[in-house]
Design a protein around this ligand. Structure first.
Ligand SMILES: [Zn+2]
Length: 275
């Protein structure tokens, strides 16, 4: 009897402690409009990605700087094990990380874990490892939250309508061209504001859990805005706005939202650093 009462009291006590403890980690839900199966989206993205890499290799612009490639891959190796927390499928993704020599101030992670950085983003923003992790974490977050899959699904719906799309899907007859066009648009169209905010939050948590300072996300957006208004260092005021900003539109509250969520992820960063 006494032990039973003791058990109840203990359960109540631990329950109360859990309720009072600050929430650890961010609070984000996955995309909803997901007409296309993940496998279809990933296959199509992998094709687009390998075509891009082939084109870069033909121009002798693929992975020329071994040190930078290694740096990117090491950062990815730290972030990737954290990703299954947000999407279990990520465990079977065939992750790739490549560096393309190009003035583009850009980086992306396609559905299925296909990551690319352009030298333009590393050079013009002079990114530290923590800042690379902030950008890579944000990009990986878009893939984990299936924003690309949602956008591809939207594009297919726009081109053929829901009944045709559903019928073609059932018959396994959605054309490769249609999917390729949708995959292409999925990397060139801007993300929605909600998708951007969600990717920011999941990105800082991935970075923090992997042992990178999540506060670096704030620096990245500040640098990005500086380059947009003043041009890259050494280029004077004639620099182009970073391509990254056209697919990842910023808004005035972005930095505030990130800062407001830092207390949720800083303990994870401290914990990761102690290990
Ligand atoms: Zn984004």
């Amino acid at each position: 009897m006494r032990s039973w009462i003791f058990g109840v009291v203990l359960a109540l006590a631990t329950g109360a402690a859990a309720a009072q403890a600050p929430q650890e980690g961010v609070d984000v839900k996955k995309s909803r409009l997901l007409l296309l199966p993940a496998s279809t989206v990933e296959r199509s993205a992998a094709q687009q990605y390998s075509e891009l890499m082939r084109a870069a290799a033909q121009k002798d612009a693929l992975n020329n700087d071994r040190r930078e490639v290694e740096r990117l891959r090491n950062i990815a190796r730290a972030l990737i094990p954290q990703s299954t927390r947000f999407n279990k499928d990520a465990q079977r993704w065939r992750w790739e990380v490549n560096l393309i020599r190009s003035g583009n101030v850009n980086a992306f992670c396609m559905p299925g874990g296909k990551i690319a950085f352009f030298t333009g983003i590393l050079d013009s923003l002079r990114l530290t490892d923590d800042e690379v992790a902030a950008i890579m974490g944000h990009e990986i977050a878009h893939a984990l939250l299936e924003h690309g899959r949602a956008r591809m699904s939207e594009q297919v719906l726009k081109s053929v309508g829901i009944s045709v799309a559903a019928a073609l899907l059932n018959l396994g007859q959605l054309s490769t061209e249609l999917l390729a066009r949708a995959a292409d648009l999925a990397v060139t169209l801007p993300y929605a504001r909600k998708q951007e905010s969600d990717a920011d939050l999941v990105g800082i948590e991935l970075a923090a859990r992997a042992g990178f300072d999540p506060r670096a996300a704030v620096n990245v957006w500040q640098k990005m805005q500086r380059v947009a208004t003043q041009g890259a260092p050494g280029q004077g005021a004639r620099g182009q706005p970073p391509q990254f900003l056209s697919t990842h539109p910023s808004h005035e509250n972005r930095i505030k939202e990130i800062e407001a969520n830092l207390p949720r992820v800083l303990p994870l960063y401290e914990g990761a650093r102690r290990q």
